[in-house]
Design a protein around this ligand. Structure first.
Ligand code: GRF
Length: 219
């Protein structure tokens, strides 16, 4: 899927999206490429670790090559890691986007895709992140602590859990009576589906510089 509005005549960024579930973030990326919020980008593939992920249907509907690589299909984690990296390399991506991908990324893949792999996390890092904070657990913890503002973060992936250089963040207000599910949905609608496509567009257009564990967004 190629957005042809590359006025500058640059080579489009080859983007591979990795998913595990519903794929609403994938959908936001597909829609943004379609309507020009993301430019200079080609969605070259989708990889899921879960063959039943609805995200795979979304990929098919839009003609994006997709495949499942599941740890369940391999005897050891090492073999899975090798197969996963082979699959990723097979798409020759310039950028790997983890959009709700729930599998631990093999260290070799982190090294190979340093500054070329991003993740969306449903909190304002460094709050409610790190080991054990994923999915609804993030929102449960935020409500338990009683914070009034939550949000989402897009960051580069490094060896730590949610520790890589931050690219974009967006805040979302907690409302009286929120449940984890309601809050999760609001964070997706008001933050994740906006900043993940925006981050891809910035990277595709050479606007993100990484140095010393931080990013600079160029004008
Ligand atoms: C999102 O909340 C994302 O932040 C988290 O997993 C969820 C994925 O949702 N890491 P979807 O598959 O994009 O709908």
């Amino acid at each position: 899927m190629l957005n042809s509005t590359d006025a500058a005549g640059r080579k489009p960024l080859r983007v591979l999206v990795m998913v595990s579930g519903g794929g609403t973030n994938l959908q936001a990326i597909i829609d943004s490429v379609g309507d020009g919020r993301i430019t200079n980008t080609q969605l070259v593939g989708v990889i899921s670790n879960n063959k039943n992920a609805y995200a795979l249907e979304r990929a098919k509907e839009h003609g994006i090559p997709s495949m499942c690589v599941s740890p369940k299909d391999y005897e050891t984690r090492e073999i899975f890691n090798t197969k996963l990296l082979e699959a990723v390399d097979g798409f020759a991506p310039d950028l790997v986007v983890l959009a709700g991908f729930l599998v631990v990324i093999p260290p070799e893949m982190i090294r190979r895709y340093e500054d070329r792999m991003i993740n969306i996390h449903p909190s304002l890092i460094p709050s409610f992140c790190g080991k054990g904070y994923y999915g609804l657990k993030v929102h449960e913890a935020a409500l338990k602590r009683g914070v009034k503002v939550v949000g989402a973060t897009v960051h580069f992936v490094d060896e730590g859990t949610d520790t890589g250089p931050i690219i974009l963040q967006k805040a979302v207000e907690v409302q009286q009576g929120d449940t984890p599910e309601v809050l999760q949905r609001r964070v997706m609608e008001q933050a994740e589906w906006m900043i993940l496509p925006r981050a891809i567009d910035l990277i595709a257009n050479g606007k993100v510089r990484v140095a010393g564990g931080r990013t600079e967004i160029l004008p």
